[in-house]
Design a protein around this ligand. Structure first.
Ligand code: FDA
Length: 367
């Protein structure tokens, strides 16, 4: 007999949602996390009353009413709407690309004028078969938008010249011919009132949790506690990197507390020129319409991944995809381990997607 029905490795959204569902079905779970806190990458730290997104800015959005209702059981959401600003060499533009952006670029005022301007710029370049990301983007939006708003930002994100990046990275570049600065098209959007930790705490309420516990420090012991293990860590690490390491892009965050009330007037400002080393500055209080006397800002620097750094974005190129396939061929054969979440599945998931995936996995595997 086992002490628990489930050992859940990782208290991020996948692990926490799975644990919640298991508890609903009367199962006993133990959740462990190697970090000193729960929540995985949605964790926030309270600094002077401001919820600081420690692992990158998180904005909740979904079109799925079921998922929206699910999260609203635990926490209410505010009316935050993501509308980033781009700063290119001191010039400001609204994002995503919309009529405001086109006015700022060319002083065009109607959708017809904007479409004509873009078509003219695309035509001028005469690119028929794009060979790389630069050509791909140019063939969709023309020179001005590409040079001012895409090139530098993308090159910083990937650490490579746009001409050395494959065109498939940019499949679509949505252009919006209305004066609408809402970054997302989803029906539901917002930030949890009281912070993301409240969502995590709601999910994990009444469930045994141990932080600062690494599964790999004694995997035999942890595994012996429960009949089944739900594993949400890195899949290559689970198999001791036997086929090699999966690669990621990472980020370095530089947080600063400023003794002023309002630094940039918006939660997200992208710096789209190559010469500025960070891609964006986040001012956390604006996610919550904060009125505190001080503010916290975070500069985001894209970086190479190495063991010991946080693996943020999977790189879905051929080599990594092939390597992941080898690991997942082992994973599907495991009878006592369920793999889930962004690290075990080596894929980028938005929050609503990882919640959907955990709900599905729980429904299919909890008997
Ligand atoms: P997550 O990484 O959160 O959790 C895994 C947990 O497992 C971690 O806590 C880790 O410590 C633990 N763990 C790993 N190995 C372990 C071991 N050996 N022993 C014990 N514990 C172990 N989404 C969105 O909808 N809107 C947004 O704005 C953003 N923004 C955003 C910005 C950045 C920079 C990133 C990287 C991601 C986003 N996201 C997002 C995506 C969002 O972060 C993501 O969907 C969820 O956090 C994924 O939850 P998981 O549970 O899969 O992983």
């Amino acid at each position: 007999t086992y002490k628990y029905d489930y050992l859940i490795v990782g208290s991020g959204l996948f692990g926490a949602v799975y644990a919640y569902m298991a508890k609903q079905k009367g199962k006993k779970c133990l959740v462990i996390d190697r970090r000193s806190h729960t929540g995985g990458n949605i964790y926030c730290e309270n600094v002077n009353g401001i919820n600081v997104h420690k692992y990158g800015a998180h904005i909740f959005h979904t079109n799925d009413k079921g998922i929206w209702d699910f999260v609203n059981q635990f926490v209410e959401f505010n009316r935050y709407t993501n509308s980033p600003i781009a700063n290119f060499k001191g010039e400001l533009f609204n994002l995503p690309f919309n009529m405001n952006t086109f006015y700022q670029l060319w002083k065009v005022k109607t959708p017809e004028e904007a479409r004509a301007k873009i078509a003219e710029q695309v035509k001028e370049l005469g690119l028929s078969e794009p060979q790389n990301l630069e050509e791909q983007a140019l063939s969709m939006v023309g020179g001005d938008i590409y040079q001012k708003l895409i090139k530098g930002y993308t090159e910083k994100q990937w650490g490579r010249a746009a001409t050395d990046l494959p065109s498939f990275i940019i499949k679509r570049l949505p252009l919006r011919f209305t004066y609408d600065n809402n970054y997302f098209n989803d029906k539901y959007q917002g930030i949890p009132i009281g912070g993301y930790n409240k969502l995590t705490e709601g999910l994990l309420e009444g469930i045994e949790v141990k932080t600062a516990c690494d599964f790999f420090e004694d995997r035999a012991y942890w595994s012996s506690l429960a009949e089944m293990t739900v594993y949400t860590g890195k899949i290559d690490e689970f198999y001791d990197y036997r086929f090699g390491e999966l690669n990621y892009r990472s980020l370095d965050f530089e947080h600063a507390i400023l003794e002023i009330e309002n630094y940039q007037g918006n939660a997200v400002v992208n710096y789209t020129e190559r010469e500025v080393p960070y891609t964006r500055i986040i001012e956390h209080k604006h996610f919550e319409f904060g009125t505190q006397p001080t503010t916290v800002i975070t500069k985001e620097y894209p970086s190479e991944y190495a063991l010991g750094k946080e693996p943020y974005y999977p790189i879905n190129d051929e080599g990594n995809t092939e390597l992941f396939r080898k690991y997942s061929a082992l994973a599907v054969k495991e009878e006592k381990v369920i793999f889930g979440g962004r690290l075990a599945e080596y894929r980028y998931y938005d929050m609503h997607q990882v919640i959907g995936s955990a709900l599905k996995s729980a429904r299919e595997t909890i008997v």
